[in-house]
Design a protein. Structure first.
Lengths: 119, 666
């Protein structure tokens, strides 16, 4: 599957990309919301992993702009866990919400795959 | 020169010539015997007797003696003799003034001349007698005048004597009065006044020693009386006295009642006025005349008695006011002093200083110079109240200086200085600042923590991936190199460090007010164990002994906060010890409490700063090394959890801080 990772934190992008790539997925990354939008529209990914707070466009803003035109599953990552719950995530058009920091990157990837119906 | 006042008596004259000559000059009576002289009215005349030798001198003398009174020396004699002895002559001259002694021949021969001579003598004698008579009369008048004068003088003298005596007695009275007034002027108290009065009227046996009733404060009367020589003062029922003052009979009964003895008639003199009433009372047994006299004497003294009483009353009141003022002054808790321009303490209350010294900075602050921040000099210059802050003996004072003029002299100004202890207030203010600072820090920490979480998550994730890959590689190549293993271990270190950082950030977030934490029941051991990982790095150079109790040591606290405290204490201990040292973490319990001690064997805390170490912003660390908040914050956290954080003063080497928390049942 095609995975788009949009996060302004390089190490997070690298880590997530490395795990998905190692498991045979096609991975593309973007450093901010605007770049992310371009990529999203261009490559039509199956899965978009979005940071909430980013320069340019925030994760939720990006979802709002692109969501209608793509069938991709969307995962939001944020350090501000208290700001969101299951209901608000659904309303934003996301399928999963993951809080930072991660306890274990592999567990996170497994969670994402579960949403994709892959596990 | 014939004169009417001259009559000549001729006795036994023989010569007719003579008779003729005599008749020319004056009227001549020719008599035949001496006794015939007495028959003539010679009262009005002077007579010249011419006695012939037929009348013996002795016989003539006898006759003159016998008729001395009747003749009244108006008879002058010319004795004609034949022969007269000297003794006869003397005899005759005693009784009569003999004008001339003639013998017969000389009468006849030299008659006219002789006669003229006799006559001249006679005339001059008569005139003399006449003058003598007038002199006598004038003398008599003079005598009478003299007598009158003497009488007048006598009268005057006696009058003078009387008035002198009167003046003297008046003088004595005045002297007595002056003496009395003088003695009153020295009177120091009401008792003295009564004593002097007793003395003054001692001579009036029928008047007893005086009593005095007086009122200086509203609704109270006092009475001074004598019991023998002893003076007794007592207070009286105000109402009772007030009612009886206008009624002598009732006053008498009231006093008899008060003094518990029978009371005679009374004389009363008021010496007071509206604000301070005073009455002098004399018990007496005088009749009305004696009373009148006594009252006169008393009346003369009443004005000075009033003045003396007034003076004593005012003095008493002034003393009262002064006492009231000084007790108010002294009872003020905060130090107050009155200073002069040279900082000399004119007056100070008890809180000001226990060590009396001349100048304020010595007695109050134990300094040799004026305190820094003292507003007194400024207030003297500005003539306006000034305020400053002065710190002394570990306390901070807000010093208010108020200029005052104690005397009328404007130049002689004094200063009231009031010291308000603001140590506590300043401390509270410090705590307010601190808590505001903490709130800001919390907000900042929250944001920083979230920012840090991003890269930390990346680091940790990447480390996890690299560890997984490294391990996978080692499984493939059966003979894993030591270097590969070392890399894996290092990656694990990176991952763990990132995890620690995350935990620290989490704690920071928990600690900041943005995240409310909940109290929970938790074994103290668990809290310590959760905290130990953070401490690992800071304890790395030290020998650490950990002895945690196995007993029930559950407490009900917010664990993150207590963790923070443990962290602080261990951090302080490690910093105190420097490079090496022994650190002991120990917990134990008793019936009701759980104790946890952090002990180091560093240099310990100097005695003089032990008081201050729990004060906010107090730090011994170099700038940038500590905020000075650690211990004060730790103490407030432990106190918030209902516990105590104290320094164990009994530790000789190093220092030991002990947390004590209430034990709870799980």
């Amino acid at each position: 599957m095609k995975v788009l990772i949009v996060d302004d934190e390089a190490l997070i992008r690298v880590s997530l990309a490395r795990v998905f790539k190692s498991q045979g997925d096609e991975v593309l990354t973007a450093e901010d919301g605007l770049e992310g939008e371009k990529q999203w529209r261009a490559m039509q990914p199956d899965l978009v992993i979005l940071d909430v707070l980013m320069p340019g466009l925030s994760g939720p803003q990006l979802i709002e702009k692109v969501r209608a035109q793509t069938p991709a599953k969307v995962v939001l990552i944020s350090a501000y866990a208290a700001d969101y719950d299951v209901e608000s995530i659904k309303n934003l058009g996301a399928d999963l919400f993951i809080t930072k920091p991660f306890e274990n990157i592999f567990t996170v990837v497994e969670q994402i795959r579960a949403v994709m119906g892959q596990r | 020169m014939k004169s009417d006042s001259l009559q000549l008596i001729e006795v036994f004259t023989t010569s007719p010539d003579l008779k003729k000559t005599l008749a020319d000059i004056c009227k001549v009576h020719s008599l035949s015997s001496l006794d015939e002289i007495l028959k003539t009215p010679f009262n009005e005349f002077y007579f010249l007797l011419i006695a012939g030798p037929e009348i013996a001198p002795l016989k003539l003398h006898q006759w003159l003696t016998q008729n001395e009174e009747r003749l009244q020396k108006k008879l002058k004699t010319v004795y004609v003799y034949d022969f007269i002895s000297k003794s006869d002559l003397l005899l005759l001259s005693e009784k009569s003034s003999i004008l001339k002694i003639l013998n017969r021949e000389s009468i006849q021969s030299t008659w006219p001349e002789v006669w003229r001579e006799v006559f001249t003598r006679f005339t001059s004698q008569v005139e003399m007698q006449d003058i003598m008579g007038r002199v006598r009369r004038q003398n008599k008048t003079l005598n009478e005048l003299n007598e009158n004068l003497e009488k007048i003088v006598e009268q005057r003298t006696s009058h003078l004597e009387h008035s002198r005596r009167e003046t003297e007695s008046k003088n004595k009275e005045i002297r007595d009065l002056i003496k009395f007034i003088k003695s009153l002027s020295n009177v120091q108290g009401f008792e003295d006044l009564v004593l002097i009065l007793k003395h003054e009227f001692l001579k009036y046996h029928k008047a007893e020693a005086p009593l005095m009733i007086y009122s200086l404060t509203p609704q109270s009367f006092r009475c001074i009386s004598f019991q023998g020589p002893q003076i007794i003062e007592r207070s009286l029922d105000f109402e009772k006295v007030q009612k009886t003052l206008n009624d002598p009979q009732r006053l008498r009964e009231m006093l008899a009642d008060t003094l518990a003895r029978p009371m005679g008639p009374l004389l009363l003199l008021s010496v007071g006025q509206q604000e301070h009433q005073g009455f002098l009372i004399f018990e007496h047994s005088m009749d009305s005349l004696e009373q009148k006299h006594f009252l006169q004497v008393l009346e003369r003294r009443s004005e000075s008695l009033r003045v003396a009483f007034d003076r004593l009353a005012l003095k008493w009141k002034a003393h009262q006011i002064s006492r009231q003022w000084s007790s108010t002054f002294d009872s003020l808790m905060e130090p107050i002093a009155i200073l002069d321009k040279d900082y000399n303490v004119v007056r100070a209350n008890k809180s000001f200083s226990s060590t009396p010294a001349k100048v304020c900075y010595r007695s109050f602050a134990d300094r040799e110079k004026v305190c820094i921040g003292c507003p007194v000099a400024d207030a003297f210059v500005q003539h306006k109240p000034q305020t400053g802050k002065v710190s002394c003996n570990g306390k901070l004072f807000e010093v208010h200086a108020y200029p005052i003029s104690v005397e009328a002299d404007e130049k002689n100004q004094h200063m009231i200085v009031h010291y308000a202890d603001i140590t506590q207030a300043t401390k509270l203010q410090g705590q307010i600042i601190q808590s505001e600072k903490m709130a800001a820090l919390g907000l900042l920490a929250g944001n920083i923590a979230h920012e840090l979480n991003n890269p930390l998550t990346g680091i940790r994730s990447l480390a996890q991936i690299l560890i997984a890959e490294s391990q996978a590689a080692q499984q493939v190549t059966v003979s894993a190199t030591t270097a590969q293993q070392q890399t894996t271990n290092d990656l694990k270190e990176i991952e763990m460090a990132a995890q620690r950082s995350e935990l620290i950030i989490k704690n920071l977030l928990d600690f900041s007010s943005l995240h409310e934490t909940q109290k929970e029941k938790i074994p103290f051991r668990a809290i310590v164990e959760k905290t130990l990982p953070f401490l690992k790095t800071m304890m790395r150079y030290h020998n650490c002994h950990i002895e945690l109790t196995e007993d029930n040591d559950s407490v009900e606290v917010e664990p993150q906060l207590i963790q923070q405290v443990i962290f602080n204490l261990v951090n302080n201990a490690c910093q105190a010890m420097g490079e090496t040292g022994n650190l002991t973490l120990r917990s134990w319990t008793d019936q009701s409490s759980v104790y946890f001690a952090v002990r180091d064997d560093g240099p310990g805390i100097p005695l003089h700063i032990r008081e201050a170490i729990f004060t906010p912003f107090f730090t011994t660390k170099e700038e940038g090394q500590g905020t000075g908040l650690g211990l004060s914050l730790s103490r407030s956290i432990v106190e918030k959890c209902g516990g105590k954080l104290e320094l164990n003063e009994e530790v000789a080497q190093g220092s030991e801080f002990v947390i004590r928390l209430a034990k709870v049942e799980t």
